[in-house]
Ligand binder design. Structure first.
Ligand SMILES: O=C(O)CCC(=O)C(=O)O
Ligand SMILES: [Fe+2]
Length: 393
């Protein structure tokens, strides 16, 4: 594939942010500011996920779980099917997921924070609080380490996303006062009504090779190359690790699809729609997709695997845009420059995207949970039906 089909992306070094030297830290923040003004994603190296202390990294271990899960027979995997769970956790089989009405050629397990369910009286008032509760894991006898490794990876991602949010605050704002972190931790918003309800989602995903005619006995749509269709992540920031397959693409502001090459040493960080909203659009949520094509390079590698952790605002948070005067001069300048360049190149200030702007932005004065509920009930109608949830209006 031609070199100029590769998406421009910065590589940031997390060890600079973790450094005790203020100048090194500052350098990281400067680069992050630049990344915030780009297409909406960057590579991050030297994180706790990829560190190899003694043998396999946490990323390697979670990929091993992902691979071994999909080696189990379908009926064994179905023992943790997602519609067993009123909290929308568990396995979705091949062909059961859609993006904008079209079938995604992938299957996956969904996870969230491992917590007690919220009392029924509160869930009756705010159905989205049903999103909180326990996960489904395979017993160790069927998939050794499933629970332990996934929970360890989930927690490492949670910490990393909190830490990155502090760095984003420095990159974005005049003054660092925890005003971004409060969205994740649930201070303020609808805290009085429902308490602080921190949240996140994670998926361990498989994209079966496109050369296969059926997966688990379910036919592939021959004419479709949709691994996952064009979308912007609905939450805060996403930490994505992929196997060595191509297929991930991001859309340029001119609407062109560009490749995001896999990197075993890096985590891909995507900005989501809620941080886009909070930053008044200064940060662009990356419009992206995964192609599942039958090229020979991919076929030699077998099924594509990925693990995505979606850091999220708390369910009780209210996603109000920050006042413009709180944004730093540097970030506004960088944003204006990008806008001018776009105007020169495209004759328009608006980015061209296959995903409508504000796809998952909430109404004013609503809790973020309303949006999370809208998104998830749309993706998993089988869970809605099984648990007789009323669909949001
Ligand atoms: O699997 C990937 O590389 C990307 C997955 C993704 O974009 C998503 O699940 O939101
Ligand atoms: Fe995504």
């Amino acid at each position: 594939m031609a070199r100029d089909n590769i998406a421009p992306a910065l590589t940031l070094d997390y060890s600079e942010w973790a450094s005790s030297d203020p100048q090194t830290k500052d350098e990281f923040v400067k680069q992050l500011r630049e990344a915030c003004s780009g297409l909406g994603f960057f590579y991050l190296i030297n994180t706790p996920l990829t560190k190899k202390d003694s043998g396999a990294s946490l990323r390697d271990r979670v990929f091993d779980i992902n691979r071994r899960f999909f080696e189990l027979p379908l009926e064994v995997r179905q023992s943790i099917r997602i519609d067993n769970s009123r909290h929308f956790r568990g396995f979705t089989k091949f062909g059961d997921e859609r993006t904008r009405g079209n079938v995604d050629h992938r299957d996956q397990i969904d996870y969230g924070p491992e917590v007690e369910p919220v009392p029924a009286e509160l869930c009756e008032k705010h159905p989205f609080l049903n999103l909180l509760g326990p996960n489904q894991f395979m017993p160790d006898s069927a998939l050794e380490g499933h629970r332990a490794v996934v929970l360890e990876y989930f927690e490492a991602c949670r910490r990393l996303s909190v830490d990155l949010t502090t760095a984003i605050e420095l990159a974005l704002l005049n003054k660092v006062d925890g005003s971004l972190l409060r969205f994740l931790e649930g201070q303020g918003g609808k805290e009085q009504e429902m308490g602080r309800r921190p949240y996140a989602r994670m998926k361990t995903i498989r994209y079966p090779m496109a050369a296969r005619e059926t997966v688990d006995g379910i036919p592939r749509l021959k004419e479709s190359t949709q691994g996952v269709g064009a979308h912007k992540d609905g939450m805060w920031i996403t930490l994505l690790c992929t196997s060595q397959h191509g297929g991930l693409q991001v859309q340029s502001l001119a609407g062109e699809w560009l490749d995001v090459p896999p990197r075993p040493d890096a985590v891909i960080v995507n900005f989501g729609q809620q941080i886009e909203r909070v930053s008044q659009g200064v940060i662009n949520a990356a419009s992206h997709r995964v192609l599942s094509t039958a090229d020979s390079a991919s076929a030699a590698l077998g099924d594509r695997l990925s693990v995505a952790y979606f850091a999220s605002p708390a369910l009780n948070a209210q996603i109000d845009p920050l006042p413009q005067e709180s944004l730093s001069r540097e970030i506004i300048e960088a944003w204006k420059k990008a806008r001018e360049e776009r105007k020169r190149a495209l004759g328009s200030e608006e980015a061209i995207s296959d995903v409508p702007k504000g796809d998952l932005w909430g109404a004013e004065d609503s809790a973020f949970g309303e949006q999370a509920w809208r998104g998830i009930t749309r993706s998993h109608p089988n869970v809605v039906e099984r648990w007789k949830y009323a669909l949001p209006v």
